[in-house]
Design a protein around this ligand. Structure first.
Ligand code: NAP
Length: 328
């Protein structure tokens, strides 16, 4: 891996999975292979380089072209994105992933936006073209593939109760509609944000999806009794956070997917602990991260990507304890 580091300015031996690059490094970028990167602020915690470089190493076994591909991480403050994105393009970064806070701010900087990504109002995947970057969103695909796998609840197979109305919830909600989920119940703390999401979804809803909203502190009595509950709030990122809803009080038979995944200093969320106590099928968000990453790499490479290689690298990078590797 070290031989893949940019010769200048990266010091010899720099590990692209650990090293955080900054805008200044881009001005002298001299990596001779095909560069990929994740841009965020902060980005130090990102395990995307570990996942993607593991998948690339697997692909290189059968296609030597991928020996010269490498994925880096860049800390890009939001106010610098308009200035540095053209530099990534100039240095022919073939693919870019975007994480907080760039997924929406990048929209006016793109040459084209995939229609589904436009509906989601955010992109997480950029593809180099001669005219500029094209934007895609693979978060919705990641969620849809993940929930079908574990807890075994495809978004099309029953009602979805989606908690949150931020960026991740918006992508998830649009994906539910794209997958023709029969009922979508949206719950959020802030009613204005919830209303704004609802109004956007109404314009793209295809019948027969039923669309309902509720406040997290005011759960409706007619919530479906069998549904997939998806946590897309940030409640659970801190170990002391409570669950966004009290599962026991809902008195239903639920499957639960929490977009938040455990990692160093971050145990599984209260929502997942409660789901398992109640015997509900449940899973955490690492599978979503892995599937969105695999889809991005498929788009960039046109090749088939080993989800297993990505999963193993992600679990190693997070040191997910045995027995909790896939289930939440
Ligand atoms: P965001 O745009 O900042 O939205 C945050 C959401 O959390 C909003 O709905 C907000 O509600 C809600 N929230 C925050 N604090 C709350 C509290 N104390 N009580 C109730 N609700 C609260 O963030 P995002 O980008 O959508 O991300 C949301 C979560 O999804 C994060 O935890 C992120 O790590 C995770 N995520 C995971 C993946 C994955 O691949 N697994 C991908 C994307 C995101 P208000 O509107 O009321 O403020």
């Amino acid at each position: 891996m070290n031989s893949k580091s940019p010769t200048d300015p990266a010091p010899a031996g720099a590990d692209p999975e650990q090293r955080v690059f900054e805008p200044e490094h881009l001005r002298h970028w001299s990596f001779q292979g095909t560069s990929l990167a994740v841009l965020g602020h902060p980005v130090r915690h990102s395990i995307s380089p570990a996942m993607h470089n593991a998948a690339l190493a697997r692909m290189a076994r059968t296609d030597p072209r991928f020996h010269k591909w490498c994925y880096f991480k860049f800390d890009i403050p939001p106010d610098q994105l308009p200035e540095v994105l053209p530099l990534f393009h100039q240095h022919r970064f073939r693919g870019i992933n975007l994480t907080i806070p760039h997924k929406t701010e990048v929209l006016p900087l793109l040459s084209q936006i995939d229609p589904d990504a436009r509906r989601m109002g955010a992109v997480n995947t950029l593809v180099w073209t001669p005219d500029g970057y094209e934007g895609y969103n693979t978060d919705g695909y990641g969620l849809s593939t993940a929930t079908a796998e574990e807890p075994g609840f495809p978004l099309s197979s029953g009602p979805v109760i989606l908690l949150g109305a931020g960026g991740a919830a918006r992508a998830a909600a649009v994906q539910c509609l794209l997958n023709s989920c029969p009922e979508l119940w949206l719950g959020n703390r802030n009613p204005e944000r919830l209303d704004s999401l609802y109004r956007d979804l109404v314009t793209i809803r295809k019948p027969p999806t039923r669309l309902e909203t509720f406040g997290l502190k005011d759960l409706p009595h007619d919530l479906p009794g069998r549904a997939l509950i998806v946590n897309a709030t940030s409640l659970g990122l801190s170990p002391e956070d409570p669950a966004p809803v009290d599962l026991a009080s809902l008195r239903g038979d639920y499957s639960v997917y929490d977009m938040i995944y455990p990692g160093p200093g971050r145990p599984e969320t209260a929502l997942l602990r409660e789901a398992r106590r109640l015997g509900f099928p449940a899973a955490h968000g690492l599978s979503m991260l892995i599937h969105q990453g695999a889809r991005s790499l498929e788009i960039w490479s046109g090749g088939s990507v080993s989800v297993d290689a990505m999963r193993q690298a992600a679990e190693r990078a997070l040191a997910v304890p045995e027995g909790k590797k896939r289930r939440g």
